[in-house]
Design a protein around this ligand. Structure first.
Ligand SMILES: [Zn+2]
Length: 453
């Protein structure tokens, strides 16, 4: 088995070298005339010029002043806005098939089609934060060798849940570890370290009191063993007290909002002292009622092209609305959503590192691609400026990943960016006005192109 895998990988690597060689031989591209949002938080720059050679940005300047490399292809983007590609630091793939979560949904085809969908929606990098089968590592390797399409995959592999507890999704046994003891938890981390996961994921929650939480000795062991292997840990969290306990135990990323209580000075101080990243995933709680209560969000094709016809039909059915109306958790989710919005604003104002994620792909209601644009809108509704939301979704997530090659549009970074028909700093919903998506210097047609002049 090992031998066969390594031979396949070798073939993929050789193919990748061939593709990479071709990419570098391609002429330079210069995009001239757009407003440029570079992802650093600096004000947008007008009439910019961006030079791309191979998969990298090699110069940034002013159109008309920045010299064009000899033989460069010139793309006129006057009237457009360019911003970095979105980076979801919390998503999932291969968990939903048809209209439901299914334990047999995680196939190579499902993962490939999910990452292609993300890319076509302008999400150029995606973290599949747990519940992955090991084939994700093979797909990640193929991509890194230049031999597979779609959003760049970063992954937490299977992740570590609690026996009989969270995560509650139906998945195959080879998609999550549920260690009962600290020793088994350490073994799970060692197994994932062997696969070079980009992050380790753990779940600490009781699903509104329905489940037993992971005991402290288990999450302490996960964090300690991960750090021994140079890996950082992202935790699913809900409660303020758990967030404090995790940060005290050394967790590196809170992968959801604190949603039971307002964040306090003690947590803010600890998050800043430890340099912990916070991924708000505001749409998570909203997703339990949004589509049933605001069906108008499903009207435009930016939404409808992100879901299958059967899923759309289910969301638009009376049975779906009735099910949501009868769900006793919905009032709790609404309260949690309101707390999450307030906490995001408080933490950003306090200077905590905010990154970006959606939990898209975890449930049928969390829509890959569409969900990321919706999340940006929710962050702005929570009180962030559009620029704050964009920085979290680009530079913020890249910093979380320590992916120093992406996240901003500066010399030496990957050419991962979006060309938009309108300026998202004027209205965050303009991130949906996609003219083109550029990923590693390759131009990709958006799934739903902007109806632009
Ligand atoms: Zn998740």
């Amino acid at each position: 088995m090992t031998m066969r895998c390594s031979r396949v990988s070798a073939a993929v690597v050789m193919l990748g070298v061939g593709l990479a060689g071709l990419a570098h031989a391609a002429p330079a591209v210069v995009l001239e005339g757009a407003r440029l949002i570079d992802g650093t938080g600096r004000p947008a720059r007008d009439n910019a010029a961006l030079v791309i050679e191979g998969d990298k940005i090699t110069a940034v300047g002013t159109a008309g002043k920045l010299p064009r490399p000899k033989g460069a292809r010139v793309v006129d983007v006057h009237g457009r806005t360019i911003m970095p590609g979105l980076i979801s630091a919390h998503s999932h793939v291969g968990l939903v098939a048809g209209t439901a979560n299914r334990a047999d949904a995680y196939t190579r085809e499902a993962v490939q089609s999910a990452v292609v969908q993300y890319e076509q929606y302008g999400v150029t990098s995606v973290v599949t934060l747990g519940l992955n089968r090991d084939l994700v590592f093979e797909l990640r390797d193929q991509q890194r060798a230049g031999a597979a399409p779609g959003a760049s995959i970063f992954t937490a592999g299977r992740g570590i849940g609690a026996p009989g507890g969270v995560p509650p999704q139906p998945v195959a046994p080879d998609q999550v570890y549920r260690p009962a003891t600290a020793e088994l938890a350490r073994a799970a981390v060692r197994d994932m370290a062997g696969h070079h996961v980009d992050l380790v994921k753990l779940w600490l929650d009781d699903g509104f009191g329905k489940f037993t939480k992971m005991p402290p000795e288990v999450y302490h062991a996960v964090i300690d063993e991960s750090h021994k292997h140079g890996l950082r840990v992202a935790a699913h969290v809900f409660y303020l007290a758990d967030a404090k306990a995790l940060v005290a135990a050394g967790v590196d990323v809170l992968a959801h909002s604190v949603r039971d209580l307002p964040v306090d000075d003690e947590l803010i101080h600890a998050l800043k002292a430890h340099g912990v990243f916070y991924i708000p995933t505001l749409n998570v709680d909203e997703s339990f009622f949004l589509l049933a209560e605001q069906p108008e969000v499903m009207k435009d094709e930016f939404f409808t092209h992100a879901v299958s016809p059967e899923l759309l039909q289910m969301f638009q059915s009376q049975a779906f609305r009735d099910k949501v109306a009868a769900n006793p958790s919905v009032p709790k989710e609404k309260a949690a959503f309101a707390v999450a919005q307030k906490n995001l604003k408080a933490l950003l104002d306090a200077g905590v590192h905010v990154a970006f994620g959606t939990d898209s792909g975890a449930l049928p209601e969390r829509i890959p691609g569409w969900g990321e644009h919706h999340e940006l809108e929710l962050m702005v509704r929570a009180g962030l400026s559009p620029m704050d939301a964009i920085v979290a979704a680009t530079q913020g997530s890249a910093a979380l990943l320590k992916a120093t090659d992406r996240g901003t549009l500066e010399v030496g970074k990957r050419a991962d960016f979006l060309v938009l028909a309108a300026d998202p700093t004027a209205d965050i919903r303009n991130t949906r006005q996609l003219i083109s998506v550029w990923h590693g210097g390759r131009e990709i047609a958006p799934r739903v192109p902007a109806h632009a002049p």
